[in-house]
Design a protein around this ligand. Sequence first.
Ligand code: SAM
Ligand code: SF4
Length: 429
Amino acid sequence: MNEYDSNRLYDTVKKIGYEKTQNYEDANCYLLNTCHIRDKAKEKVYHEIGRVKKIFRSKQKPLVIIAGCVAQAENQEMLKREPYIDLVIGPQSYHKINDTILNHIEKRKKIEETEFDAVSKFQYLSKIKNESGKVSSFLTIQEGCDKFCHFCVVPYTRGPEYSRPFNQIIDEAKYLADNGTKEIILLGQNVNAYDNEGYKLSNLIMEIEKLTQIKRIRYTTSHPKDMTDDLIEVYGVSKKLMPLVHLPVQSGSDKVLKLMNRKHVIKDYLKIYERLKKINSTVEFSSDFIIAYPGEDKNAFESTLNLIKKIKFINSFSFIFSPRPGTVASNLKLIERKVSLERLELVQKELFNYQLEKNRSLKNKVINVLVENKTKKSIKFFGRSEYMTPVIFDGNDEDVGKIIKVKITNSNQNTLFGERVEKLNLRVA
Ligand code: SAM
Ligand code: SF4
């Protein structure tokens, strides 16, 4: 979502004359978009500002803007602690960025904008074209969260759950499709909680499916509690919804899920898994795990390993619990660091094994790849499989934006390597 936000911030500041630069030294405005989901985020920001200060020591100071969730969480504090920062803008106030910049330039006043105003933000942004121009583009449909898991800052930094109007999203999808996008990734902190006057995520998927230029649809990040029947059924009818379901479970233990205030149990999760597999046997799962959450005893940890063995997630994120200021879990007694690290290692070993296994099983198979671009400094091309796995292969410039057949010749944990099938045929001829 930060990538989407950064692009939209750029689309916005372009209106008052700013252009991106690859060189720090050329900049007269420095805009840092920040994430607050795990620890050290705040310190990273001050560290980065220290770096900028050094670069501009003998030059004119740029306008320094901190955006994103660290800005939201720290607000006034940032302006007090680091006078080099000029403006602080929270994620629901991006629509005010141009006025804030112009106001600052005119009055030389430090400004903090951290109100939650998602409705106005998206109304404003809908008038500014999404110029991503990428083969695979993000599209935010929902923001914020009302679930208040005890470990999570999102309800505090992104505010209450908000779903963008259905037509506003379809208009943005059409604009992206008309401008080169072939894959749309629908975004939200709780994307499957999307509900706008009765329109659900399943309706959005089926509506976007009608856009002929769009070849693939994905969504992230979803919550097990909102995996409703209509969404599950879409996997049986949609031709464009990709078969990778990213469904964070966090822990394999009901006891820990309760301590986390997750509002789902493992039985619910397994039911979703079984129903989806029945509707579409090609569906695979990926997930998020929080390891060593306070209260995770040996048995609870074993339950997480057992769940991984059962589902065989093919691509997942796993992190040690990181206490976040202001959340219910912020003051709980932490599990010893050594034990936490050992558990993380065990979980990752198990997860990476399935990832490797899945990739190896594709050797000599021909898969569909949506080609995104040429790799940097190389003649190879980059695309993704239906399961989001990066694929590097020998291709042609004309392949970009197309779904082509690639024969997989090799792989590692994260990447598949292959050759374009038509090219192979030519060689045989
Ligand atoms: N809404 C999704 C859900 O409920 O499953 C997850 C969205 S959250 C923004 C992204 C991921 O960050 C979570 O799934 C969780 O694994 C991780 N995360 C959030 N807070 C964390 C914390 N305090 N420590 C470690 N990981 C955390
Ligand atoms: Fe955070 Fe997801 Fe829980 Fe909401 S549901 S509080 S975004 S982890």
